[in-house]
Design a protein around this ligand. Structure first.
Ligand SMILES: [Zn+2]
Length: 260
């Protein structure tokens, strides 16, 4: 029985697998403050996609995990050394090439799984650009997914942060405990906007990250734990698995994902 993890399969297993849905994870490699490794977003993405694919396939889906892409968009991280980055247009082109190759291999349902906020707008634009290459009906279906909102009561994470806080620290404590410098966990400061009107959800600008989180991590990370990280992984993997099972089971028609 194949796992659906392409990196671990042989040519015979891949030929026999005939996936219904392919998942392409994309993370990022960039600084995450004094306590966490550069690879945080990549590790989270790869672990979630792996667990989601395995769960889905155990439930009868046929989902194939493409290799997780480690490098994404980080134009707003350039103040820090070796914040790995490719340009917006390059990432779009890389993804369009991958989508086209998957289509040539017969994939008709593709999920892009994103674990880095800096990629989101580029991925959405890429989906639109790819849709423009497909016929109005019967084209390759591509959607995006990412970790679900925390529905636990009380919430798993007490001190939400967009970067390097309790959530990401808990993830890495669970996935790679040896990589967390627990003696460095602290309350990491956020930069303050001089123009308060820019703080609302209805305005947008590309935030220079060294001004937003001056230590390259923000928020109170002191209550992070491996147990919280495990719960975050379980929730994210179950959410992705459900998507993959439904996509896998849904019959392919010209109108997909709608009823004909
Ligand atoms: Zn991160």
């Amino acid at each position: 029985m194949s796992t659906g993890i392409l990196m671990e399969m042989t040519i015979e297993e891949v030929r026999a697998f005939r996936p219904e849905v392919v998942v392409v994870g994309i993370g990022s490699v960039e600084p995450h403050g004094p306590a966490l490794p550069y690879g945080t977003d990549y590790f989270i993405c790869d672990a979630t996609v792996r667990a989601g694919v395995q769960q889905a396939n155990a439930r009868g889906a046929r989902a194939l995990m493409y290799p997780t892409l480690p490098v994404g968009n980080n134009v707003n991280f350039r103040a820090w050394p070796f914040a790995c980055r490719i340009r917006v247009q390059t990432l779009m082109q890389v993804l369009l090439d991958i989508l086209q190759a998957l289509a040539e291999d017969g994939a008709r349902k593709i999920v892009i799984y994103n674990s880095h906020g800096g990629n989101t707008d580029t991925l959405r634009a890429t989906l639109r650009a790819f849709a423009d290459t497909q016929p109005a009906d019967g084209g390759v279906f591509v959607c995006m997914s990412s970790s679900p909102p925390d529905r636990s009561d009380p919430p798993i994470i007490q001190h939400p942060s967009p970067h390097g806080g309790e959530s990401e620290t808990s993830w890495i404590m669970h996935l790679h405990p040896d990589l967390v410098r627990t003696d460095k966990l602290d309350v990491f400061p956020f930069g303050q906007l001089a123009v308060e009107a820019l703080s609302g959800p209805n305005t947008y600008f590309v935030r220079p990250w060294h001004r937003t989180v001056p230590l390259s991590a923000g928020g109170d990370a002191r209550e992070s734990s491996a147990e919280k990280g495990q719960r975050l992984l379980e929730a994210a993997a179950a959410d992705l698995a459900e998507l993959l099972v439904q996509l896998s089971q849904a019959k392919w028609t010209e109108a997909f994902p709608f009823n004909p």
